[in-house]
Structure formats: structure tokens, C-alpha cells
Design a binder for this molecule. Structure first.
Ligand code: C2O
Ligand code: CU
Ligand code: CU
Length: 570
């Protein structure tokens, strides 16, 4: 099959291995529900003249179609894996059951089909999908397997916003890749950290298009920005000095009101929707979508230095690090027939969760490792600083068992002087505050006050997030991890299950010394009182549960499960 990406070869002396010719921005086609068919396949895409790269795509050579979904819709997705190796496909940001989530446990063998079916529960926003096979995520994502998901809902539809896909509403999947200039091979950081070639991500692209340009109508245009890079942070802005734009949505939904900015920072995995007003320019003007990487603080990948005091292997020299560069050229053309000319002053209802609602606190740290000890995600509470609580990902160890409908605060911290974009599966969250060193904690800026599913943890910073684990229970775990894909692949990932089980443990002392025991009740009586219809009582301790009258009369449908040995209840 012919590549969709045509790089025009100029018959002149090439000044660089990269093509300087500009190419029209590729706009992925749309698939509408309720049934979506995706085939993961191998293909070829030319990023570097004369050296086509082996790529992977959904229904094509690279990337995947944009999946349009309606909130409330019941959908089925059929994913056929034709890449000749195992994979998974995860619906990043969608609130679905662990069985449908496509995390590392839902392996799709070669030539097999994964068919998740679920109701779209999310609000209108921009989500995405990508493989999540443990140790292979960086490879499969870098080779091109990712696509966008656009959820629409009634609240968004009622607003006067641009929403005609490919006309005044555009997906922008922004990436850098490491590509061997001599062969076109896409390199990635594998388990072997000495493979610094994977760090040489000096090839930039939008929607897998090199040197892209986009004709934009001279009016208000909406862009859905996704940082799909495996490492790099982008500091988006426009080349025209003094020109602002509006952020209207974060990862999980519209903001309460447009937020006027001239810089937008997105870490890997994060999305934002923005409105740019091109009516201020004359037809024929070219405006660059930039990354002002020179403005990034050290310790964020893409800044002058990858650590505040030094560099990762392969980081330097990389012409993109610490320098401002264009990602996409906007070419202003005539307005459309009925343009959107102004934006609403208020957008959506955002119901943040008050900190006081939380009943559980967890403390997580992130630390990059080496090829021998792996990258670590850990708990920094006193009980849980040793393995397996603080360790690389272990697929058979469930780090936390979370009780359904619990509201929790997670405190997140970098322990290695670099940034880590934290991502949580299952539910979105709100950022409560950020705290650097001994400074006071500060609430997030308006652009981060909406629902999030990735948060950038800066070096030396403590970030607190709050969420409630609603709707889905299962023995299949959900994961949470750093969205720097080499960190995730080398183990900076843990997992949790959500259940409404009730644990009975006669020896319970009140301490959460073990991730497998949450809220245990010391007596059967207390557990039965707490149980709801359909609950499962799990007996942690074996032996006698001797309890005293008065009699307890219950009319609840309750299951009982024994964890260790036999029990007698008196
Ligand atoms: Cu975007 Cu766990 O993934
Ligand atoms: Cu995800
Ligand atoms: Cu990380």
C-alpha cells in the first residue's frame, strides 16, 4: 500500500538529511460509532528522504483514524492485531472498566481481536488511544500506533464553538521521534538504558507529517493538541509576538471559561483544546505554531538540560533541546461561509472535588533507574518504602486495593531531579496544588483546574491530586504510571484494583501495613453491618471468629470468601 505521506524530493543539493519541502498537514479520517473497526498493521512511512521507516498504524501505515464518540453512546471497538507481535490498545482518558481499558493485562496476541464494549461516560474532550504492552509501549507508540478520540456531549454542543472537523476544528498529534538518519529506522529506548540512540529524538512532526503546513480560514479555529511524544515537553505558542490564544479544554473536559494565554505547556500524554483567532491576520499571512523550548526550565525534556544539573545520554547535542522551533505553519486563507467569530465567555460546569471529601491519602514517588534495577515508583509512607511497594512494576502484584467510591488524595513527588508526567487509569482527577521545596502550596492555574488524567510533576515539586474511584469493580487491575514511555517500560508503573469487598481480619490493628487489606473489620458483626446487598465478605484471618449476641438479623445478599484456611463463626 502506498504511503499517504508524500515527501517531495527536491532535485537540488540536500543541505541536511531532512526534507525542507513543506507538506500539507495530514488529517486522520474519522470513524463514527457505535461500531469501530481497527486493524493494527505494519507499514512504511517516509520521514527522511530516501530512507523510508518501518512504521505501524491503525487502518494504515501510521497513526489511526479519529474515533468520534457521543457521551452516553454504547459502543463496540474491534481491534485486530496484525502487527505480528503481541500488543494491547488502551483508551487513554476514557472511564471504562478494567476489562475494557486495554491496559497491560489485556494482551492481544498476533492475529487476535480485542473487542471492548462500553458506554461512553466521559465529558466532551479530546482523548487518545495507543498500545500499552509492558516493556513494548515505547516501541509500538514510536512506530506510529496512536490515534485521537473526540467525545462530544450536549453541554459542548450548546456552545458557539468551532467544531467542523478538518475545517475549523483540527487534531494536532505532536511528536518527536528518534530516527536513524542513515537507515530510517525508528529508535526507541528499550530496557537497555545504554541505548542512548532512543534519546536522540530530533525529528519533529505533527500528524506524522514532516515540515507541515495547514491552510486555516481567517476566523476562530479550534485545535486539539496532543503531546504524543515518548519524552518531550512542548511549550506551545505563536510566532507572532504579543498574540494570545484561548485554552478551552484540558485532558478531561471543557474549562469553566476560556483561559487567555500565550504559552501552553504539555507533557507527554496531555491534551488541551485551544482557539486561535486568525481574523487578526491578512489572507496570505503565515504564522508558525512554535515550541518555545528555550523557555522550558531545566529538568523538563526539551529544555537546555534534561536534569537541572546535567544531561541524559544522547540528550546533547540535539538541535531541538533548549531552542525555539516551529512545529507547523498556518497559512491564513479566506474565511468560510458561516465562520464562528467570537467565543463564549463561559464554557462548562466543572465540579471540583473538595479536599475535605478525601478519606484516604497515598504518597507516591518517581525515580528513574538503570538497566539493572529498573525505574521505580514507590510509596514514601514509612510502612511502604521497600519492595514490592517501592519497586519497578510487577505484573502479578497488586499495589493497592481501593474501595469503590472512595475519595482519595495522592501526593506525587519526583525523587530524581527530573520531571515525570503522572497518568492514572480508570478515573480523571483534579489537581489540588503544587508545592516546591519549603514554599507554600499553590493552587493550579485556570488551565489546570479542569479534569485531568496526566499531570506534570516538576523536579523538586510535590503535586497533590484528588479523585473518586467510581463505577467499576474488578479483579483485573488498572495501572498508573509515568507517561515518559521509557520510564513506564522500565517499570515506573504500579497497579490497583477497585472493589466493594469487605475484609474481616480479627488481627486488624488499624494500620495499612499491606496493600491487600483495606478497611478491614475486626468482627463479622461489624462487617455484616457495613455490607450492602451484593457485597463479598473476605475473611483474611483463619480460625475462630467468636462473637457475642445480641442476634443480628440481616436481609442482605452476601457472598463469603476465605483467604487463608477455614473459619468458624460463632
Ligand atoms: Cu496513555 Cu497508561 O496510558
Ligand atoms: Cu491511560
Ligand atoms: Cu518518569
Amino acid at each position: 500500500m502506498k504511503s499517504k505521506f508524500i515527501v517531495f524530493y527536491l532535485g537540488i543539493v540536500a543541505l541536511s538529511q531532512y526534507s525542507f519541502a513543506q507538506n500539507p498537514l495530514y488529517i486522520p479520517p474519522v470513524l463514527n460509532g457505535p461500531n469501530y473497526d481497527l486493524t493494527m498493521q505494519n507499514g512504511t512511512t517516509t520521514f527522511i528522504d530516501g530512507h523510508p521507516s518501518a512504521t505501524m498504524g491503525f487502518n494504515g501505515n501510521v497513526l489511526g483514524p479519529t474515533l468520534m464518540m457521543q457521551a452516553g453512546q454504547d459502543i463496540t471497538i474491534n481491534v485486530l492485531n496484525s502487527i505480528g507481535e503481541e500488543s494491547t490498545v488502551h483508551w487513554h482518558g476514557l472511564h471504562v472498566s478494567a476489562e475494557n481499558d486495554g491496559g497491560p493485562h489485556s494482551v492481544i496476541a498476533a492475529n487476535q481481536t480485542f473487542s471492548p464494549a462500553f458506554t461512553v461516560l466521559n465529558k466532551a474532550a479530546t482523548y487518545w488511544y495507543h498500545p500499552h504492552l509492558h516493556t513494548n509501549t515505547d516501541k509500538q507508540v514510536s512506530k506510529g500506533l496512536q490515534g485521537m478520540i473526540i467525545v462530544k456531549d450536549a453541554e459542548e454542543a450548546a456552545l458557539n464553538l468551532p467544531r467542523t472537523y478538518g475545517i475549523d476544528d483540527f487534531p494536532l498529534i505532536v511528536q518527536t521521534k528518534s530516527i536513524d538518519p542513515a537507515t530510517g529506522n525508528i529508535r526507541y529506548v528499550s530496557l537497555d538504558y545504554s541505548n542512548s540512540d532512543g534519546n536522540k529524538d530530533d525529528v519533529k512532526m505533527v500528524n506524522a507529517t514532516m515540515n507541515p503546513y495547514l491552510n486555516v480560514p481567517r476566523q476562530l479555529v479550534r485545535f486539539r493538541l496532543l503531546n504524543a511524544s515518548d519524552h518531550r515537553v512542548f511549550e506551545f505558542g505563536l510566532s507572532t509576538a504579543g498574540v494570545y490564544f484561548n485554552q478551552i479544554a484540558s485532558d478531561g473536559g471543557l474549562l469553566v471559561a476560556p483561559y487567555t494565554i500565550n504559552r501552553l505547556r504539555l507533557a507527554p500524554g496531555e491534551r488541551a483544546e485551544i482557539l486561535i483567532d486568525f481574523s487578526i491576520y491578512a489572507v496570505g499571512t503565515n504564522v508558525q505554531l512554535m515550541s518555545f523550548a528555550a523557555e522550558l526550565p531545566n529538568g523538563l525534556w526539551g529544555a537546555t538540560m534534561s536534569f537541572p544539573g546535567g544531561n541524559s545520554p544522547g540528550y546533547s547535542p540535539n538541535p531541538l533541546n533548549g531552542t525555539n522551533f516551529s512545529l507547523l505553519e498556518f497559512r491564513v486563507t479566506a474565511a468560510t461561509a458561516n465562520p464562528i467569530t467570537s467565543y463564549p465567555s463561559t464554557l462548562a460546569t466543572v465540579t471540583r472535588i473538595p479536599a475535605g471529601n478525601a478519606t484516604v491519602n497515598r504518597y507516591k514517588f518517581f525515580s528513574e533507574g538503570t538497566s539493572t534495577n529498573g525505574s521505580v515508583l514507590g510509596d514514601y509512607t514509612s510502612q511502604n518504602t521497600s519492595p514490592p511497594y517501592s519497586s519497578p512494576y510487577q505484573e502479578n502484584f497488586v499495589n493497592e486495593r481501593i474501595k469503590l467510591n472512595t475519595t482519595e488524595i495522592w501526593e506525587l513527588q519526583s525523587y530524581d531531579g527530573q520531571f515525570h508526567p503522572f497518568h492514572l487509569h480508570d478515573v480523571g482527577f483534579f489537581i489540588l496544588d503544587r508545592k516546591k521545596g519549603n514554599n507554600a502550596a499553590v493552587p493550579p492555574m485556570p488551565g489546570e483546574q479542569g479534569l485531568k488524567d496526566v499531570v506534570l510533576i516538576n523536579p523538586g515539586e510535590v503535586v497533590r491530586i484528588i479523585t473518586k474511584f467510581t463505577d467499576f469493580t474488578s479483579d483485573v487491575p488498572f495501572v498508573y504510571h509515568c507517561h515518559i514511555l521509557p520510564h513506564e517500560d522500565t517499570g515506573m508503573m504500579h497497579q490497583f484494583t477497585v472493589s466493594d469487598d469487605i475484609y474481616v481480619n480479627t488481627g486488624y490493628t488499624g494500620a495499612t501495613q499491606d496493600g491487600s487489606v483495606i478497611y478491614p473489620y475486626k468482627t463479622v458483626r461489624a462487617a455484616l453491618n457495613a455490607a450492602q446487598d451484593g457485597s463479598t465478605l473476605i475473611f483474611v484471618s483463619s480460625g475462630d471468629h467468636v462473637e457475642t449476641p445480641p442476634d443480628l438479623l440481616i436481609s442482605k445478599n452476601i457472598k463469603m470468601k476465605l483467604l487463608n484456611g477455614a473459619i468458624t463463626v460463632k
